[in-house]
Design a protein around this ligand. Structure first.
Ligand code: NDP
Ligand SMILES: Nc1nc2c(c(=O)[nH]1)N=C([C@H](O)[C@@H](O)CO)CN2
Length: 236
């Protein structure tokens, strides 16, 4: 059963983006799922009727092409979720300056272009944008300096576009904490993070999905940023 509403999710091929895409398919949305390399997850979504679009968001020419492709698929956009992210630490960034551009483009420049150029489709639906930032925006990690700066840029875009696009379009953010560790995160890292997390658990993806639904469905919230972090922001 479709609700005749359309969502575009970046980074929908794995982990949170993939889970969110499945949840919005469950809600009856037409899902346009962006991916860069995760084809397996995307194939699952396509089997459920989602439309897949590929782009490396580090390359702003590909972002421009992605926007053109999107406009061929739909004339309205009820929800845009800027989720794509590359969690590069200082070593990765300092080893290759191209990675610095990647971090800044994926987290800040690409969302800027997507919101700017998809604004007419969002306004046509009185839609909204949800930007996925990070609790590190307010208390940057010294090990992920460029990543935190780029996410802070996305947080600033949230406030600016909330002002600029009102009343037709709402723009909000979610600041995750430890929702889902990476496979490479060892027990020592996990224990350290959970020691800094008052609720003492890895949040999982459902609290994030519930928060996207809250921001999507609440007509009187814009320019807001909600922490979904088990309280970890209190201690870092
Ligand atoms: N997991 C956690 O505990 C936390 C997560 N967050 C944030 O929550 C969001 C979801 O987290 P999570 O699912 O763990 O994220 P992941 O790091 O697992 O995945 C991020 C997604 O971004 C996409 N991506 C990465 N680089 C590029 C690129 N150059 N071009 C296009 N797409 C790209 C990937 O696409 P593909 O797979 O197709 O290559 C992937 O689907 C992210 O924004 C993250 O920063 C914040 C704090 C904690
Ligand atoms: N793109 C990603 N960004 C972030 C992740 C992740 O897995 N992918 N994870 C974190 C958390 O801090 C996590 O590492 C807890 O240690 C931050 N951003």
């Amino acid at each position: 059963m479709t609700n005749n509403k359309t969502v575009f999710i970046t980074g929908a091929g794995r982990r949170f983006g993939l889970a969110l895409a499945h949840a919005l398919l469950d809600d009856g949305y037409q899902v346009i799922a962006h991916y860069n390399t995760s084809k397996d997850g995307i194939a699952e979504l396509e089997q459920r009727g989602a439309v897949a679009v590929q782009a490396n968001l580090a390359d702003l020419q590909q972002v421009a092409r992605l926007i053109s492709e999107l406009k061929q698929h739909t004339q309205q956009l009820d929800l845009l979720v800027n989720n794509a992210s590359c969690f590069f630490d200082n070593t990765v960034v300092d080893d290759d300056l191209a990675n610095l551009s990647t971090v800044l483009n994926v987290h800040t420049a690409a969302p800027y272009l997507l919101i700017r150029d998809l604004q007419p489709l969002l306004a046509a639906a009185n839609g909204s944008v949800v930007n996925i930032t990070d609790i590190y925006v307010d208390s940057p990690s010294t090990n992920y300096v460029a990543y935190c700066a780029a996410k802070a840029g996305l947080a600033s875009l949230t406030l600016a576009f909330a002002k600029k696009l009102a009343p037709a379009v709402r723009v909000n953010a979610i600041q995750p904490g430890p929702i889902l560790f990476l496979p490479e995160h060892d027990s020592e890292h996990r224990q350290k993070v959970l020691a800094e997390t008052p609720l003492k658990l890895e949040g999982g993806l459902e609290p994030m999905i519930a928060t996207v639904r809250f921001l999507r469905d609440n007509p009187f919230v814009t320019g807001e940023s909600i922490k979904v972090d088990g309280g970890r922001a209190l201690l870092i």
